[in-house]
Design a binder for this molecule. Sequence first.
Ligand code: 2U9
Length: 345
Amino acid sequence: MQSKIEGYIAEIKAFVPTSADELEQFRIKFLGRKGIIGDLFEEFKTVSPEEKRLLGKVLNECKQAAEAKFNDFKESFTQESDIASAIDLTLPGMPVAVGSRHPLSLVRKEIVEIFSRIGFTVAEGPEIEDDWHNFSALNFPEEHPARDMQDTFFIEKNSGSEKGDVALRTHTSSVQVRMMEAGKPPFRSIMPGRVFRNEAISARAHCIFHQVEGLYIDENVSFADLKQTLYYFVQELFGKGTEVRFRPSFFPFTEPSAEMDISCKICGGEGCNVCKYSGWVEILGCGMVDPNVLENCNIDPEKYTGFAFGMGIERITMLKYQIKDLRLFFENDLRFLKQFKSEII
Ligand code: 2U9
């Protein structure tokens, strides 16, 4: 009910009548016998005492805003409905309510800007993918658990196509595969996008989330290039002096593979519940592109090498803004969204 009333307040504040008739329509709509304000007061009677305390103030504000708007313009239209005499055109304009960017968009934009400063372009691809681009080309074995219905949202099983089953992409790596199939090295791009996994929704996981992956393929690209690129990225996003460490890991599409941690920004490495008292938090996975993957994409692994990395934008945003529950990103609660920097696109 609160957001509905706030919506009406915004509508009332933005309303500028240009004739007596329009003003009368406004009066009937909001203040009339069967008007919105009356209805809201009826609805108000049915809510719990706790809600009454919260809603009373905003409901009165709504009523007063409607009455004030009506009284402000009543005089202007008593003599005639001519627009020029009704409104003082020399008055300053009414303020326009400006929204704010979603925190995930803010962080994605920042990540894109950081990588574009060192020559990475942005690539995008389809959200509905075939088995080849989402799994096989990326060296996932036939029996890999990610190919399971428990993990992946399939759209068409046994489609009969040579590219295999059709599913919602589980990572943006399929965009890299398409890019490599279509072109020739060097490649230096990042791939931001929405991905889908068959997971139960909780404070730490969602079935839809956002990733940024990156790929750099050329002659003589080494693990040292990977480390320096990601070190630069972390300094830019989390601030100078942020420490990094790499731990060995495994992914089907990279060899060797690693996970990268940064020193905890909450406790400065002392230990807190965000870093589980280790002083470190994991932010991404990375590695050298597996030669099998290069071959699958018609790139000669004897001539070219490359690195790749992937991160979840939700996770990075939660760390950057100290957000405790991932579900907040998807609820569109204005009290949450309003806290992020306002920007006109
Ligand atoms: C190609 C070759 C290699 C992309 C990579 C990761 C490591 C990784 C996870 C981070 C959190 C996914 O969102 S998450 O759950 N990703 O750890 N991703 S390397 O490697 C590629 C991609 C494309 C052709």
